[in-house]
Design a protein around this ligand. Structure first.
Ligand code: URA
Length: 253
């Protein structure tokens, strides 16, 4: 469909917004709209629909997508001995210090001071909320190095769930041995110091911990202390992962 009408930042053709977000060419986005896959403010959108990215709520295949302009998404490879928080009374180095100052971003979840690996910073509250909300359960993959080689029984306990505090048992995890003292673990929860506490509980404290994947996002070429913007496609995949996680499927929404 050709639309020659005037357009300003608050009145943009829906297919243009979707194409900018990585949903495909404008033509492909028109088709998505035509097939009824796109809703604006809860109603199925029709071709020709214009949106105000600062106000309208857009969903594709029932997944909310952030359409505000000026959203940024950074993938950071955190080295050990840097803090994810915005301020530290002890003056330790902050990960925020290596990122652009503007626009202001916040981390999606946390990694401990001693933990390495991938973490996302953004100013997109919708995506951050979807990724961290306990009901969504996006997979996080960790490489865990231990001081002693965990027994098969310990690995089975980690897989089945471990009581890390009274009344709190972790959900089933995927756990595999890569080498002596080197375990790959995938969990969908994000409790405070969860991996370390799980390994403590089964008797094999963690020597080194790195997050290697968040949902579909991984990057082995990103050096420790480096960051890069996520591509539009990666952002789209991340929000899909947060809305189509096994946990949400189990809960039936
Ligand atoms: N689990 C932990 O124990 N620490 C982290 O930083 C992340 C997951």
């Amino acid at each position: 469909m050709t639309d020659t009408g005037s357009e300003d930042q608050n009145n943009v053709r829906l297919q243009k917004v979707l194409a900018r977000l990585g949903f495909g060419s404008r033509r492909a986005c028109e088709e998505m709209i035509d097939r009824g896959r796109v809703k604006v403010n809860g109603e199925v959108a029709v071709l020709g629909r214009r949106v105000d990215p600062t106000r309208d709520l857009v969903e594709v295949d029932r997944v909310p997508v952030s359409i505000e302009p000026d959203l940024v998404y950074y993938l950071v490879n955190k080295p050990a001995k840097m803090l994810v928080s915005a301020y530290d009374p002890e003056n330790r180095p902050l990960l925020l210090g290596i990122l652009p100052k503007s626009p202001r971003v916040f981390s999606v979840g946390r990694l401990d001071y001693d933990t390495e690996g991938l973490i996302v910073f953004t100013n997109d509250g919708i995506l951050a909320n979807a990724l961290t909300h306990p009901s969504h359960g996006v997979e996080k993959e960790y490489l865990v190095q231990t001081f002693r080689n965990p027994s098969n029984l310990a690995l089975r306990q980690l897989r089945e769930g471990v009581e890390i505090e009274p009344g709190v048992t972790t959900a089933p995890a995927k756990v595999g041995r890569l080498d002596a003292c080197l375990i790959k673990m995938v969990i969908c929860e994000g409790r405070n110091r969860q991996v370390r506490r799980m390994f403590d509980e089964v008797g094999y404290p963690v020597a080194r911990l790195a997050r290697t994947r968040i949902g579909p996002i991984t990057d082995t070429s990103l050096a420790p202390g480096a960051w890069r913007p996520l591509s539009a496609e990666e952002v789209r995949l991340l929000s899909y992962a947060s809305y189509n996680s096994p946990k949400r499927a189990r809960l039936g929404f």
